[in-house]
Design a protein around this ligand. Structure first.
Ligand code: SF4
Ligand code: SF4
Length: 327
């Protein structure tokens, strides 16, 4: 919940508000109008089985090991104060039961990443102030001006850090930078009410219109998710924020024509103020990251939907009189 102190702060006082950022990506063209800078924030309460950014799920900094980048130089062997790292069978291993994933908290760095020159061991999650983040964002102002672009906050779930998001978006808006946010609709409605006046574009994920399936595949209560999405479409209209619904199309989860029709019916009935719907086909890009975090990926056996299938789903929505879009 955003504190009154932050809501009433003067612009200068917002500069010191801090948040944990996983990554900043420049020159993005699919997450809002024009050329954009994407800020991926840490922390998400959902656990979507297809998540392609698992390094953003935990709210704290994590050590990531990218095996393909490791040249077995051995520099990290003695760096770990707990002796968690070993070299066996011609590869570097971390004993998970010995590795203290919170070793970052004491020193503000992971000792094993410090001298890894190939970045095989690296940190996911950096504490940044609004002032630091704004400096990074404003480096690309000329691109925003030329293309109508701006900043998009993503994640993770940005609404898990509502004060940082509020302070950053307000700062950007007050400096005439276009703002967008991608959310899974899992934040507090009160926080959305505070943030939307500073938001030009809102992308809301709708995973399925079947509440029980929602919970099974994402851990988010489906009835609550659908109720928040409904409410958001009302609030977005109030603040003239353009709201788009995004549906990840996942084989075996929501990829039948009946699933798409059901989603269309929900949107027509409950999201009157939205501008358009975009379907995002499942892809395999995040699979390798699971291993680097020591996590298990459950969807190894599924393939992305074909272009023909995606065209058919768009056709179904168009035939229902729903505005479709592709960023
Ligand atoms: S320091 Fe980096 S490159 Fe060297 S062995 Fe450790 S992980 Fe591999
Ligand atoms: S994250 Fe910390 S505890 Fe784990 S291997 Fe690296 S230095 Fe050791």
């Amino acid at each position: 919940m955003i504190r009154e102190k932050i809501l009433k702060a003067l612009p200068k006082q917002l500069e010191g508000v801090s948040g944990t950022v996983t990554e900043i990506e420049r020159y993005a063209i699919h997450d809002g109008p024009g050329i954009r800078t994407l800020l991926f924030l840490k922390g998400c309460p959902l656990r979507c089985k297809w998540c392609c950014n698992p390094e953003t799920q935990q709210g704290y900094a994590e050590m990531v090991f990218l095996e393909e980048k490791c040249i077995e130089c051995g520099r990290c062997l003695n760096a770990c104060p707990y002796g968690a790292i070993a070299h066996s069978n011609e590869k570097m291993t971390v004993n998970k039961s010995v590795c203290k994933k919170n070793c970052f908290g004491k020193t503000q760095h992971f000792p094993c990443t410090v001298n890894c020159y190939t970045k095989a061991r690296q940190v996911a999650g950096e504490l940044m102030t609004v002032s630091q983040a704004f400096m990074e964002i404003s480096r690309d102002t000329s691109f925003y001006e030329a293309t109508g672009g701006g900043v998009t906050v993503s994640g993770g779930e940005p609404m898990m850090q509502p004060e940082f998001v509020y302070a950053l978006l307000r700062t950007c808006k007050e400096n005439w930078i276009n703002t967008a946010m991608e959310t899974s609709a899992s934040g507090s409605l009160k926080d959305y009410e505070e943030i939307l006046p500073y938001l030009d574009v809102l992308f809301v994920d709708l995973k399925t219109a079947k509440p029980l399936l929602y919970k099974e595949w994402t851990k988010y209560d489906g009835n609550e998710a659908l109720a928040v999405i409904h409410k958001l479409s009302e609030i977005a209209g109030k603040y003239a924020t353009e709201m788009y619904i995004r549906v990840p199309v996942i084989p075996g989860f929501n990829d039948t024509q009946q699933d798409i029709r059901k989603i269309g019916c929900f949107i027509k009935e409950k999201c009157r103020g939205f501008k358009g719907i975009e379907l995002l086909p499942y892809h395999k890009l995040g699979r390798g990251k699971y291993k680097s975090l020591g996590l298990n990926y459950e969807l190894n056996n599924i393939e992305p939907p074909s272009e023909e299938c995606m065209d058919k789903y768009y056709e179904i929505l168009l035939n229902m009189g729903i505005n479709v879009c592709k960023f």
